[in-house]
Design a protein around this ligand. Structure first.
Ligand SMILES: [Zn+2]
Length: 179
């Protein structure tokens, strides 16, 4: 893959509000004992990605189960359209795992159809039902062009991901179920 088209991302700026909105979204499913998910859109300048939009998905092709989660291509296409409309890029996702399942990516997660260089893939613990979830409580994975998804260590999370307070976040819901 030509690195010119995918310049490396060094750091991600994650607004606290984006993290909190994502946790609220995942907890909606967590209370029913299912995994939940929120998608992140953002801007990219040089090696810095800033999360600006949290997308909640409600489509019928979204499957949330106790140990399985899948977002279908119709919803993903819709998210792509929303990103273009807002002039941002689909830069990451956060989904939850249940207690006992850990926060590594599952084999299914690794196949999740967003194998884009430097795509951020977070896994939150305990179905996101904790009152406070910090980034280092999550499994933080980055899709690297040469290796695929790699989980960052605690030190690297601190170095490369910053929770910021100064960025406005927009919440968007796509795939409203037909009434
Ligand atoms: Zn998973």
């Amino acid at each position: 893959m030509n690195p010119k088209f995918f310049p490396a991302v060094d750091t991600w700026r994650v607004p606290r509000e984006a993290l909190e909105a994502s946790v609220r979204e995942m907890a909606r499913d967590g209370i029913h004992g299912n995994e939940g998910i929120a998608l992140w859109l953002g801007t990219r300048e040089g090696g810095v990605v800033t999360i600006t939009h949290v997308v909640c998905v409600r489509g019928q092709d979204v499957v949330r189960e106790p140990a399985y989660l899948s977002v279908g291509s119709a919803t993903l296409n819709e998210v792509g359209d929303v990103a273009i409309e807002h002039g941002v890029t689909f830069v990451g996702q956060i989904h939850s795992h249940g207690p006992r399942f850990g926060v590594d990516l599952s084999p299914t997660d690794r196949r999740f159809g967003v194998a884009v260089p430097y795509f951020l893939s977070l896994v939150a613990p305990d179905y996101a039902l904790r009152t406070h979830i910090s980034l280092d409580a999550c499994g933080v994975h980055v899709f690297e062009p040469a290796n695929g998804f790699r989980r960052l260590g605690g030190h690297e999370i601190t170095e490369r991901l910053a929770v910021v307070e100064d960025t406005e976040v927009t919440e968007i819901t796509v795939g409203q179920p037909t009434p």
